[in-house]
Ligand binder design. Structure first.
Ligand code: PLP
Length: 286
């Protein structure tokens, strides 16, 4: 497996990160998670745009252009002969000293890691995930906004640990005001009486799969309403599903021990999953 590192390709064994890289020392950097289906990278432009927006928000200047980044991502897939893959571009503040001052890091580091990948939840797409609302709240939408896909994922990791301890497949965050935010790695859709609701992205990551799901569902005649949701809306929903690059569209059939709807995967969730399969099913060459 070859990994892109600052313009060169190195083997997995040689792809090491300096102990002084502030991405490692402080989580000072940004990343993306991207999928390729049948040789075609899904929503490449959107992911590259979000990577550069995340970098901008933390005042990190990516040393290559967006075009060069896109090409490096495609080249990583070609070099590894991957057609169904997960791709992880990472831009860190780079190597500095033990102090946190980014002025000590003259050159950001760029890594692109890829691997073969199939849908994340296996059999759970049929029966649905058990989700747990966690006590830890999502980052507030201030300077450390959940819109930044930064290397500092402690908030999400603590949520995942809490869900794991309680036997959940996924963690659901509330925000600092108690509104529904998102999962530890995916966005949330709630269905009630045939209408589809999803929280505004002020309190969650501006998911690219979320935007795709809204577009696909609207094209198919469903109404999607963007607005704040509370726990009550989730507990009394007919259906819930989450969307993400890794999860794709995945049903949630149990939340905090309560069955969602009748506890089986509902028709609108099935329509969302089918629509997503339709758009990712095409073929191409990286
Ligand atoms: N929310 C969080 C916290 C994530 O890490 C992700 C994954 O990237 C998502 C949502 C879903 O976003 P996307 O659909 O762009 O992958």
């Amino acid at each position: 497996l070859l990994i892109y590192y600052n313009g060169e390709f190195v083997t997995k064994e040689n792809a090491t990160v300096s102990i002084y890289d502030h991405g490692f020392l402080y989580g000072d950097g940004v990343f993306e998670g991207i999928r390729a289906y049948n040789g075609r990278v899904f929503k490449l432009q959107e992911h590259v745009d979000r990577l550069y927006d995340s970098a901008k928000a933390i005042a990190l200047e990516v040393p290559i252009s967006k075009e060069e980044m896109s090409e490096a991502i495609l080249e990583t897939l070609r070099k590894n002969d991957l057609r169904d893959a997960y791709i992880r571009p990472i831009v860190s503040r780079g190597v500095g000293d033990l102090g946190l001052d980014p002025r000590k890091c003259p050159k950001p580091s760029i890594y692109i890691v890829s691997q073969e990948w199939a849908a994340m939840y296996g059999d759970l797409y049929e029966v649905g995930l058990k989700a747990i609302t966690v006590g830890i709240r999502r980052n507030a939408p201030d300077a450390l906004s959940p819109n930044i896909k930064s290397l500092n994922y402690l908030n999400n990791i603590l949520a995942k640990i809490e869900a794991n301890e309680k036997g959940g497949d996924e963690a659901i965050f509330l925000d600092q005001n108690g509104f529904v935010s998102e999962g530890s790695g995916d966005n949330i859709f709630v269905i009630k009486n045939g209408k589809i609701y999803t929280p505004p992205t002020i309190n969650n990551l501006k998911g690219i799969t979320r935007a795709t799901a809204i577009e696909l569902l609207e094209e198919r005649g469903y109404e999607v309403i963007v607005g704040n949701l509370g726990l009550f809306d989730m507990y009394t929903a007919d259906e819930i599903f989450v969307t993400g690059t890794a999860a794709e569209a995945a049903p949630i059939t149990k939340l905090d021990g309560r069955p969602i709807g009748d506890g089986s995967v509902g028709p609108i969730t099935k329509a969302a999953v089918a629509a997503f399969e339709e758009v990712t099913g095409s073929t191409g060459t990286p």
